[in-house]
Design a protein around this ligand. Structure first.
Ligand SMILES: [Zn+2]
Length: 379
């Protein structure tokens, strides 16, 4: 066709491309990184079309070298071939039908770092340079422990599972109660009376069957806290009582695991990150040195809570957990983020490390988890 800038470009079948590749031609897959995450023609060099002009000189220095271009279906590869032609490359060809046809014809394929299901499921993550294939692999290798499959744990667990966190460990000894359903969206009406960890596992695996859900239908205690959270990358605190929070804080300090804290009360909530790997990070007891007495600190069952509030706070916790796993952004370390649902207002308080903190201060003494549990019992 006259005037078609692509009319001079040679178009070849995948099998012909393979033959030429075996003879020494360079094969370049010009799809984006996230598209190649699920695989590419064997031996092909992956260079996204947008960066082809800049990188071609390093791949095929000799402009008389034979260069074959492949994409998803054959359109972009034709444009890529025309671009190279304009740059003075004399032996360029575009593969008709692209990787779709290459794959359908059973030609050799380099399997990608992600399988096809993962590449499609996480495609919106893969598009973000801050996540990408490497970040998605970090998430899939990650282990996150969630304490409590309740109001805070529900939104956290749903989004961590959806995001592709490889292993979620759920620790909760409660059974689903009808009064939970107003906010604990992991559970369903027909699962009232079943264990929360099992109910959560069903929901999370229905959302993302790739995620490994480990369940512990146990209450966190002095005797089991280290064993339950050891070997996790992040702990998300969705507890509803002080003994659990003090135990978690002590164990995360000792095991150097970052702890994503969240709490709700009636219409207000707060979030922070205590990262024991960092010397500048406060711990939970920098915020609450000693547990309040029971009358001053009623839980949801006693004080009530707006159902949507733990949804908001739990999602902020999931956001912090994912940032910590990916190593991106600015974590809420040394900052306490407070939310007022009625005023629809966020307020951030500075939360420096307290040198006199009984948990992490210079003179802090750890006398065992039984001792930590005891300070709560006596409050
Ligand atoms: Zn501290």
């Amino acid at each position: 066709m006259a005037g078609n800038p692509f009319s001079t470009i040679e178009r070849i079948a995948p099998s012909e491309a393979l033959r030429r590749q075996q003879r020494g031609a360079v094969l370049i897959d010009v799809r984006d990184d996230h598209e190649r995450a699920a695989g590419k023609p064997a031996g092909a060099i992956g260079v996204a079309l947008a960066s082809l002009t800049e990188r071609i000189g390093k791949i095929a220095f000799d402009r008389n070298a034979e260069v074959l271009l492949s994409c998803a279906s054959g359109a972009r590869s034709l444009r890529a071939a025309a671009t190279l032609h304009d740059l003075g490359y004399t032996h360029v060809a575009s593969i008709d039908g692209g990787f779709l046809r290459w794959n359908a014809e059973g030609l050799p394929v380099d399997s990608g770092v992600l399988d096809a299901d993962a590449a499609e499921r996480y495609s919106r993550h893969l598009l973000l340079p801050e996540v990408g294939v490497a970040g998605q692999q970090k998430l899939s290798n990650a282990r996150v422990a969630l304490i409590g499959a309740g109001g805070l744990g529900s939104p956290s667990a749903l989004y961590l599972a959806a995001a592709g966190v490889g292993t979620l460990t759920l620790i909760d000894d409660d059974k689903v109660d009808k009064s939970n359903l107003q906010r604990q969206v992991l559970h369903t009406d027909d699962r009232v009376g079943t264990s929360k960890t099992e109910s959560a596992r069903i929901t999370l695996n229905a959302l993302n069957p790739r995620v490994r859900i480990e369940t512990h239908e146990q209450r966190l205690r002095a005797a089991n806290v280290e064993a339950l959270i050891r070997d996790h990358d992040v702990v998300v605190d969705g507890a509803d009582n002080f003994p659990t929070r003090y135990l978690l804080s002590a164990a995360c300090l000792r095991l150097h695991i970052p702890l994503v804290y969240g709490a709700v009360h009636r219409f207000t909530g707060q979030v922070s990150v205590f990262d024991a790997r960092r010397t500048d990070s406060p711990c939970y007891r920098c915020l609450f040195p000693e547990p309040p007495n029971a009358e001053d600190a009623p839980n949801c069952a006693e004080a009530g809570v707006l159902g949507v509030l733990p949804g908001i706070i739990g999602l902020l916790q999931a956001n912090e957990a994912i940032k910590l796993l990916l190593g991106i952004g600015r974590p809420l370390i040394g900052r306490l983020l407070c939310f007022d649902a009625l005023g629809a207002a966020f307020r951030e308080l500075r939360l420096p490390r307290d040198p006199t903190c009984p948990g992490c201060g210079a003179n802090a003494q750890f006398a065992g988890y039984e001792d930590v549990a005891r300070i709560c019992a006596s409050a």
